[in-house]
Design a protein around this ligand. Structure first.
Ligand code: NBP
Length: 477
């Protein structure tokens, strides 16, 4: 009998998604460019469910029930286009092609438009949770037509992670919406990881705690409002001892953070949309800085404040402050990311529900966390247009309670010379939004001085220019 769904691209991700579909009772057609992967999957896991292995793309397409539902899970970029080009002539109007790879949302918009010309549905779906998520339940962010989601959605929801019975998958919006949201998810992930890393650094180099002690502190935090996958794995990593040397694992790893590019895309896109995502940007820059060997080498001997540590009683109090600072900074980073989703949605007319994004990130994905429930609730109360999460009652109160500790942490870090770009930029963002008057007025004056760029006045409508080089009278422009 025909297969319910097909998966082409059977490397780690595709193979695990295919197995996940089969384990949920779906009949799955299999295809991979080189047949060896298909054969290997059948040999190892063929008993797990109903698989239809195929060798050629034509056989693969012929094995599928109509309208066909095809998941493409190959390397992002040119390989994805190559697979689509091979598929399209074999398909019929109404068929659905889903790209589950890490595509840029603009590529997804282009592909969606091209396939629409052929009467085909193209679904760009962000899939989060890595290899394990793909097998046991990822968070899935599919974009495309509502009609495509009607057909494909139930299959995706069946394999997605579940939180309190709800699947971590929902229709995000048209064309590139799914990949856009996945991109911002990754950007937020960068920021969250950076903030956690700074918290560790402070506990280590200001409070003088050892990695295994810090692992304990993180385990404690994971019992409270900071409960999340990232905090949980941080404690695991910090508690790990290198078998070869007996040293803390974190001390034998080179301190150069790598990146694949979704964080960078998030920041590039935010710059174009004019959304301040300073927390995500600092996180991307912090990774770049950590990898700039020459730069760091050249600056190694610059003077610092010297070895100063907090005394033991102060260190205990400081650890509590760091928890507050981490929570507050995390709220800011997420608020910024959600603003980018709102801005992308407005730009492209996607009508993405921010609250629904918080809901489907509660399971399956890397940033799954208890506090996403609070974000979902904030958008339920404030609506999809809520200007910032910071003004939601719950977050406002949490920030109010945290702010003194947050300031102490940033001040102490600054005094001791421990870099906290994530904490500091989050606090600066908080204070900038709070400010009654920003020095932007002065910048407008400077711009008008050197470039006659004009300014607006607080007391009258219109654009004005001061004759700076002349008698300094004001003209209305
Ligand atoms: P890879 O990204 O390593 O891609 C390998 C697959 O692409 C193989 O099936 C390979 O076929 C196929 N392929 C390539 Br390369 N060039 C091709 C071409 N020109 N035509 C047809 N097939 C081609 O696999 P992955 O790590 O499973 O990731 C798949 C997608 O999922 C990527 O877009 C990735 O960014 C995304 N993703 C990955 C993760 C993760 O944790 N790894 C998480 C979320 C999303 P072959 O076997 O014949 O070489």
């Amino acid at each position: 009998s025909p297969a319910d769904i097909g998966v082409t691209g059977l490397a780690v991700m595709g193979r695990n998604l295919a197995r996940n579909f089969a384990r949920h009772g779906h009949r799955v057609a299999l295809h991979n460019r080189s047949a060896a992967r298909t054969t290997a999957l059948m040999a190892e896991f063929g008993q797990e469910g109903a698989f239809v292995p195929t060798e050629t793309m034509a056989q693969f397409v012929a094995a599928l029930d109509r309208p066909r539902r095809i998941v493409v899970m190959v390397k992002a970029g040119a390989p994805t286009d190559a697979v689509i080009d091979e598929l399209v002539p074999l398909l019929e109007p109404g068929d659905i092609v889903m790209d589950g790879g890490n595509a840029h949302y603009l590529d997804t918009r282009r592909r969606e438009a091209a396939l629409r010309e052929h009467g085909l549905h193209f679904v760009g779906a962000g899939v989060s949770g890595g290899e394990e998520g793909a097998l046991l339940g990822p968070s899935i962010m599919p974009g495309g037509t509502a009609e495509a989601y009607q057909s494909l959605g139930p299959l995706l929801e069946s394999i997605a992670a579940k939180v309190e019975g709800r699947p971590c998958c929902t229709h995000i919006g048209p064309d590139g919406a799914g990949h856009f949201v996945k991109m911002v998810h990754n950007g937020i992930e960068y920021a969250d990881m950076q903030l956690i890393a700074e918290a560790y650094d402070l506990l280590r180099h200001a409070a003088g705690r050892k990695p295994d002690e810090i692992a304990e502190i993180f385990r404690g935090w994971n019992q409270g409002r900071l409960e999340s996958y990232l905090i949980e794995i941080t404690a695991e990593v910090l508690g790990h001892v290198d078998p070869a040397t007996g040293k803390p694992f974190v001390d034998v790893v080179e301190d150069r953070a790598e990146q694949k590019g979704t964080g960078r895309w998030t920041v590039q896109t935010a710059l174009e949309l004019g959304v301040p995502v300073s927390g995500i940007a600092e996180a991307v820059f912090a990774r770049s800085l950590s990898g700039s060997a020459e730069l760091r080498e050249a600056a190694r001997d610059l003077p610092g404040p010297g070895e100063t540590w907090l005394d033991s009683a102060a260190a205990d109090r400081f650890a509590e402050d760091v928890e507050q600072a981490l929570y507050a900074s995390k709220i800011v980073a997420y608020a910024q990311g959600f603003n980018e989703i709102q801005a992308g949605s407005a730009e492209y007319g996607w009508e993405v529900s921010p609250g629904a994004m918080a809901a489907i990130w509660r399971g399956g994905c890397i940033i799954r966390a208890r506090f996403l429930t609070k974000i979902e609730a904030a958008y339920a109360t404030g609506g999809a247009e809520l200007p910032t999460l910071l003004s939601d009652e719950y977050f406002r109160e949490a920030l109010g309670q945290a702010q003194s500790a947050w300031r102490r942490v940033v001040a102490t870090a600054t005094q001791l010379g421990v870099p906290v770009p994530g904490f500091a930029t989050a606090l600066a963002y908080y204070d900038s939004l709070r400010a009654r008057r920003l020095p932007a007025a002065l910048i407008q004056g400077q711009r008008d001085f050197f470039g006659a760029h004009t300014y607006r006045r607080v007391d009258r409508e219109g654009s004005f220019h001061t004759l700076w080089a002349g008698d300094r009278t004001e003209q209305e422009r």
